[in-house]
Design a binder for this molecule. Structure first.
Ligand code: FMN
Length: 157
C-alpha cells in the first residue's frame, strides 16, 4: 500500500497556500495512488501531526509576538502551544518555508520548524523547500522538490 501524506499549512496572504496547491498537484501527477490530506493549521489538532505516514508543515515567516523571523501565528499556535507536549516518535517530516527579502530575518521560520522536529523526536525526510518572495513564478522549484519528496516517501514507506 502507498504511504500516506499529510500537509498542514498556515497562510495569510495566500502564498503558502499556492505553494501547497502546486505541490499537491505535482504529487498527484507523480503518484496518483499516494493519499494526500491537506489542512490548515488553525483547524488542526495535535493528533493530526501523527496520523499519516509522513508529515509536511508549511508556513510563511512572520513577526508573531512582535519579533520578526517567527512562524505564521496559526502555525506558532499549533506547534508551540497546542502540540507543545507531543511525541513525534520518529515521524518522517519535511518543511516548506516562505519569506521576503525585505525582512532582515529572511525565511527564518525554517529554524522554528527544525527545532520543533528536533525537540519532539521527528525525522527529516529531505532538506526544506524555501521560497523567497512571491511564489507564483517558482512552480518549477516546487515541482522539483515534489519529485525529491516523492522519492523520499517511497523509500521511507
Ligand atoms: C507582518 C509581516 C511580517 C513578516 N515577517 C517576515 C520576516 O520576519 N521574515 C521574512 O522572511 N518574511 C516576513 N514576512 C513575509 C512573509 O513571510 C511572506 O510574504 C510570505 O510569502 C507570506 O506567506 P503567506 O501569504 O502564505 O502567509 C512578513 C510579512 C508580514 C505581512
Amino acid at each position: 500500500m502507498s504511504p500516506s501524506l499529510r500537509i498542514i499549512y498556515a497562510s495569510t496572504s495566500g502564498h503558502t497556500e499556492f505553494v501547497v496547491q502546486t505541490l499537491v498537484s505535482a504529487l498527484h501527477d507523480l503518484a496518483p495512488d499516494v493519499p494526500v490530506d491537506v489542512r490548515r493549521a488553525e483547524e488542526a489538532a495535535p493528533d493530526d501531526l501523527l496520523r499519516a505516514d509522513a508529515l509536511i508543515l508549511a508556513s510563511g515567516t512572520w513577526n508573531t509576538g512582535g519579533q520578526e523571523g517567527q512562524l505564521n501565528p496559526h502555525m506558532h499556535a499549533l506547534l508551540l502551544e497546542r502540540a507543545a507536549g507531543i511525541d513525534l516518535a520518529g515521524k518522517p517530516m519535511a518543511f516548506i518555508s516562505l519569506g521576503d527579502d525585505r525582512y532582515y530575518f529572511t525565511t527564518r521560520c525554517t529554524e522554528h520548524f527544525l527545532r520543533f522536529m528536533r525537540e519532539h523526536g521527528g525525522t527529516q525526510l529531505l532538506p526544506p523547500l524555501i521560497i523567497l518572495n512571491e511564489p507564483y513564478e517558482q512552480a518549477g522549484k516546487i515541482e522539483a522538490w515534489a519529485e525529491r519528496l516523492h522519492r523520499c516517501i517511497l523509500r521511507s514507506g
